[in-house]
Design a protein around this ligand. Structure first.
Ligand SMILES: Cc1cc2nc3c(=O)[nH]c(=O)nc-3n(C[C@H](O)[C@H](O)[C@H](O)COP(=O)(O)OP(=O)(O)OC[C@H]3O[C@@H](n4cnc5c(N)ncnc54)[C@H](O)[C@@H]3O)c2cc1C
Length: 413
């Protein structure tokens, strides 16, 4: 059976980022393979090529992600697709509290950067092909994984050898991970009984680098600044959390009705909402695996934790996990340990446990706090929002958490 040191099952944004990070950090003799089921777009493309993973969504990359991509030498490649977030306007519909977080107040050029998933995916794929070190099996799927004494025996389907043996299998096949289930790795699930409706919106006024986070009694609504495109000079990416029936209605209704409903909820901070792109809806579930490592196996990305998108933390957390895994594997291999050694993988899990716990709690509590009907709680929330403007350290802590810096700095200590 053909031997590999690391096989990554799943070439979504997490799988490709991990492959690039491993290629950079692991010794040259290490054989790294990435297996992706969906046929990836060709090497050169002039328009985003949509993919189930690199779909019509956008991602807000935090400062921690910027630092990781910079360390990997990928930031300059992404730069032309990034729209900087210079301010974040947080408000609550029907309540008096609102706050403005400004990058300049912290001496930062930006609080984060928004990138369309289609472009992020394409740039990562381009980097992977240019790097040349990672073996890409595509389209191919890992359909079975059997633990052995030295790793995992894999059965593949598609454009690939029928079987491989890996010292380490990384399960990065997304939130509905079939491999996680086949391996019997348990995931805790909590349905939010809400859908996230996403689409790109053309507005009359420029966003001026402002991201809007608006909490409403139906759920939070975010509009993130996007770069201009041909014929649409002012664009923002909408993530609108709604009860499922309302989300499905707004997904199908005529564009005029959709824009009127959004305008009524969001107001006129970006002037008249003029145009809506393709709409998509995602049911929202919090999923988290307590057991993310076994001898020869690590579960990463959405397969390990899928979060509420309100705080834009899911992929940023996945990147910090990736960074930590690479550091631990590189240190272990330098001491002659196998990448699949349980002791090495346990170090990774121990290192990321508190970052994952804090980030999951932050993403989970935020929407619940803002949807509460208790008037005393609403008052406390309004004061807390206004308080962010009054109390600089509190605001600083909120921004540092959202930027993922706290976790990254702890990891580097
Ligand atoms: C509405 C919304 C907005 C979001 N906004 C943000 C944000 O602003 N910031 C942020 O940090 N995060 C955000 N997230 C989270 C982010 O989108 C995810 O963290 C990210 O997409 C994780 O990707 P992944 O690679 O783990 O999984 P996926 O994207 O699901 O990729 C899994 C891949 O595995 C492949 N695959 C499946 N099975 C197999 C198999 N057996 N063999 C081989 N390949 C296989 C699939 O084809 C797929 O390409 C958001 C999520 C949602 C729903």
């Amino acid at each position: 059976m053909s031997e590999r040191d690391v096989v990554i099952a799943g070439g979504g944004m997490a799988g490709i980022s991990l492959a690039l990070a491993l290629a950079k950090r692991l010794p040259a003799h290490c054989r790294i393979t990435l297996v992706e089921g969906f046929a990836l777009p060709p090497a050169v493309a002039t328009a985003p090529d949509y993919h189930p993973s690199f779909d019509a969504r956008s991602t807000a990359l935090s400062y921690s992600s910027e630092r990781i991509y910079r360390s990997l030498g990928l930031w300059p490649l992404l730069q032309r697709w990034l729209s900087p977030i210079e301010t974040i306007h947080v408000s609550s519909r029907g309540h008096f509290g609102s706050t403005l977080l400004r990058a300049a107040d912290y001496g930062w050029p930006a609080l984060g950067h928004v990138v369309e998933n289609a472009w992020l995916g394409q740039a990562l794929l381009h980097a992977l092909r240019a790097e040349g070190r990672v073996e890409l099996l595509n389209p191919a799927r890992v359909v079975a994984a059997q633990p052995t004494r030295e790793g995992v025996a894999l059965t593949l389907e598609g454009e690939a050898p029928h079987s491989l043996h890996a010292a380490l299998l990384v399960v990065a096949d997304g939130a509905d991970s079939g491999l996680r289930e086949r391996l019997g790795v348990a995931a805790t699930e909590k349905s939010y009984r809400q859908h996230a409706l996403i689409c790109n919106v053309g507005t009359a006024e420029a966003h001026a680098g402002c991201a809007f986070e608006r909490f409403t009694d139906e759920g939070p609504l975010a509009l993130l600044p996007l770069l201009a495109t041909v014929g649409v000079p002012h664009r923002s990416a909408l993530v609108w959390t709604l009860p499922p029936e309302r989300a499905l209605h707004l997904l199908e209704c005529p564009e005029d009705e959709f824009l009127a409903a959004l305008q009524q909820r969001f107001g006129y901070r970006l002037g008249r909402l003029q145009q809506a792109g393709a709409r998509h809806a995602y049911p929202l579930t919090l999923r988290h695996c307590d057991e993310q490592v076994r001898a020869g196996i690590a579960v990463m990305g959405n397969a390990a934790h899928a979060l509420h998108p309100v705080a834009g933390q899911g992929f940023n957390l996945a990147l910090r996990d990736i960074w930590a895994l690479c550091e631990v594997l590189a240190a272990g291999m330098a001491k002659g340990q196998s990448p699949g050694a349980l002791a090495v993988l346990q170090q990774y899990q121990a290192r990321q446990r508190s970052d994952q716990r804090r980030t999951i709690e932050f993403s989970d509590r935020l929407p619940a706090l803002f949807m509460h009907n208790d008037p005393m709680l609403a008052l406390a929330r309004d004061l807390a929002l206004s308080g962010l403007d009054w109390v600089a350290p509190l605001k600083r802590a909120f921004v540092a958490h959202a930027a993922g810096l706290e976790a990254l700095e702890t990891a580097h200590e």
